[in-house]
Design a protein around this ligand. Sequence first.
Ligand code: NAD
Ligand code: APR
Length: 233
Amino acid sequence: MAVIRNIVILTGAGISAESGLKTFRAEDGLWEDHPVEEVATPEGFARDPALVQRFYDERRANIVAAEPNAAHQAIGRLDAQFGGELLIVTQNIDDLHERGGARRVHHMHGEGLSVWCRACDVRHRWTGTLGDGPACPACGEAAMRPDIVWFGEMPYDLDRIFAAVAQADLFVSIGTSGAVYPAAGLVAEANRGGARTLELNLERSAGSHLFDETRLGPASELVPQWVEEVLRA
Ligand code: NAD
Ligand code: APR
């Protein structure tokens, strides 16, 4: 195998499924009991802010109660031991990568434990609720929203993400259905840049045909195996 100096990992809800956090498009997925347009769009927030605040209050409580699983911990070991370039781009809003030991993490859809004040633009770490309209610690206004990139909003630092993918030797996608752009477009960018592309997922995804290799199974088994392969190489 060619020397791997630069890895980009993309993760989705599937890597946190075994930590008890619901994915979005499974039968019991989040979008089953909450139409996306009601709870994950700026229009939904404008229409019924209390509903959206309650939805993310529930997400926040579930994140706090969850624990990183073997997949998060394996990526934490990779981050600590891999001497090359590494970027972990996650679509997830939980902090399980960080609690699993990873440091080089970028949340392209925002963070569930961060809130953003629309009055003063300051972000705060937040593990409580917003539904009861707490005052912003910085400006005192009751104007805080979840620090989430909703449908129709633009993810953070897209150019940084695409630049990293274009230079990667290895692009690994873990636990994502490949249903949402621009995340779903990263594998094509990796292929254009000449990277080897590997998918680790419970089932085939919308993008499986774009990967050099797809391994099917639970992340808690596939990810530790793959990390050991990389660290032994
Ligand atoms: P999209 O149209 O690419 O979404 C594709 C899939 O997401 C659809 O197949 C559907 O499953 C779901 N989806 C998107 N919008 C929906 C809607 N209004 N109603 C029902 N299902 C919907 O997503 P997009 O709107 O083009 O995304 C644009 C931006 O929003 C992107 O930059 C993306 O990163 C961001 N985003 C954020 C979140 C989040 O919850 N944090 C979710 C998805 C997208
Ligand atoms: N191990 C590995 N993969 C798993 C596991 C598991 N234990 N459980 C589920 N999966 C896979 C599913 O097969 C599916 O392909 O994870 C994927 C989850 O897909 P989605 O529910 O669509 O979640 P995701 O791909 O992260 O959604 C992308 O859409 O609605 C937005 O904001 C939301 O960021 C999310 C984005």
